[in-house]
Write a protein that binds this ligand. Structure first.
Ligand SMILES: [Zn+2]
Length: 459
């Protein structure tokens, strides 16, 4: 019997070999020369057995297992267990995280989440933001996340507090977790001069321009969409003027009349913004008539708009009613998008706040839940792409979410040979490698219990 995972001796040096690692080929930047091994499971999983040579904390060489040159470097033999890159969480809300105790959402419903967040926001001081954001990023890093895009509530007064706190956090985590930020506020705010000021602030902060299209707006039904084109033109114009990518919250509702998505796609076409626009959620697309949904999907493909699906939070918020069993899973049309070549990533979204009461910034948890909620299985081979290469493409973060020669060796090793084993267990014993095996652990909840600012309970 091969040694147990917990008995493996990881070399505590920066130059070593990981032998007999099984990698999903969708993560390997140049998979030439690596063919799935001659067994049915590797072919089905799209995995190959390789040796990873690490030199001074970087990936020096990838080779078919057993063919790497034998030199003096120490080695750990994984016996065919899986190795993934550290992952990218491309849509989060670090600024809202871990407020669940002091500002609970009493009903768990979307409308109450909006109210509870607005009521909590005055507490978002510089110190409060830094404490909660740092707690969140430490959770993520310990779980094997190396890049996070967070939306930041950017209504006028809040933006002036949140963006400086974010910049400080980004500096603090540089080299370990790459942080990106997106502005978040109702798109109507772009009508006035705050739009100009915010675009400037976002540009100065190296961020992405974002907003929420109206939640329940449909031509001829709810709030009129007459001026959505005007507002989108304004937002796209500001983005172009400052050379900013765009990331929007779109149609996060089960109301089929909410159909802002085609408006966004047409704006991307008008403004020549191919491969620069991302839409999060897009839930209502899944409850619209097939012909309408298909037209929108074709438009997204034509416009080069990417989509991020947030399955855990959609499952929690969508179709929720007091004392009523939900009838649908809340997620957008991921299979149909991928069939059309639309870039689709899965991400975590909220964590322990009014919009989602649970979570731990763990992209493996997000991945495992995405597989189940979205049926990304049978086969599982393409599923890992949603948490590695797809979010890397959307965030334009190089050297992230992939395994490539020359990149820093940021990897996750699992006690699992097959994707089935990765999906079946929580992977609580995963080994995170940042150059060498990290000693990072998730922060203790007691840090928050004892913090009067965060708990809302005076010390
Ligand atoms: Zn969100």
């Amino acid at each position: 019997m091969p040694p147990q995972f917990s008995d493996l001796a990881w070399p505590d040096v920066a130059t070593y070999r990981i032998a007999n690692a099984r990698v999903p080929l969708c993560f390997v930047a140049a998979p030439h020369g690596f063919t799935p091994q001659n067994n049915a499971q590797d072919r089905e999983d799209g995995t190959a057995l390789i040796d990873i040579l690490i030199g001074n904390g970087r990936i020096e060489r990838l080779a078919q297992a057993g063919t790497s040159p034998t030199d003096q470097r120490p080695s750990v033999d994984l016996n065919g267990r899986q190795v993934w890159p550290m992952l990218i969480d491309a849509h989060t809300h670090l600024d809202r995280g871990h407020t669940v105790v002091r500002s609970p959402n009493v009903s768990g419903m979307f409308k109450d989440a909006l109210l509870a967040t607005a009521a909590d926001r005055p507490k978002w001081t510089h110190e409060d933001l830094l404490t909660r954001m740092d707690f969140g990023v430490r959770c993520a890093y310990a779980h094997g996340v190396s890049a996070i895009r967070t939306h930041l509530d950017s209504v006028p007064e809040q933006a002036k507090r949140s963006w400086p706190a974010f910049r400080e956090m980004r500096e603090q985590w540089k080299g370990r977790v790459a942080l990106q930020a997106v502005s978040l506020l109702p798109i109507d705010f772009f009508r006035g001069e705050w739009g100009d000021q915010l675009a400037k602030l976002v540009a100065e902060s190296g961020g992405v321009l974002g907003a929420v299209t109206r939640a329940a707006a449909a031509s001829g039904h709810g709030a009129p969409l007459d001026d959505l084109d005007v507002l989108l033109d304004r937002l796209f114009g500001l983005a172009a003027a400052h050379d900013l990518d765009i990331d929007l919250h779109v149609d996060e509702t089960n109301d089929p009349r909410s159909a802002a998505l085609p408006y966004v796609a047409r704006a991307a076409l008008r403004h020549n913004y191919r491969d620069r626009v991302t839409c999060g959620h897009c839930c209502s697309l899944a409850v619209q008539p097939d012909d309408e949904a298909n037209r929108t999907l074709d438009l997204l493909a034509e416009a080069g708009v990417a989509v991020i699906t947030l399955p855990t939070v959609n499952l929690y918020l969508q179709d929720r009613g007091s004392g009523r069993t939900p009838r649908w899973r809340g997620v957008t049309l991921v299979h149909e998008m991928r069939k059309r070549g639309i870039a689709v990533a899965a991400a975590g979204d909220n964590c322990r706040d009014c919009f989602y009461a649970y979570g731990d910034h763990d992209m493996i948890d997000t991945f495992r839940q995405a597989v189940r909620i979205l049926h990304l299985d049978h086969p599982l081979a393409e599923a890992p792409a949603l948490v590695g290469p797809a979010p890397a493409r959307i965030t334009k973060l190089t050297e992230q979410g992939r395994i490539a020669v020359g990149d820093p060796a940021r990897l996750i090793a699992f006690n699992a040979r097959t994707l089935n084993e990765v999906v079946s267990r929580h992977q609580a014993d995963r080994v995170v490698i940042d150059g060498r095996r990290t000693v990072a652990r998730v922060p203790d909840y007691s840090e928050l219990w004892d913090n009067a600012l965060v708990s809302g309970v005076p010390a």
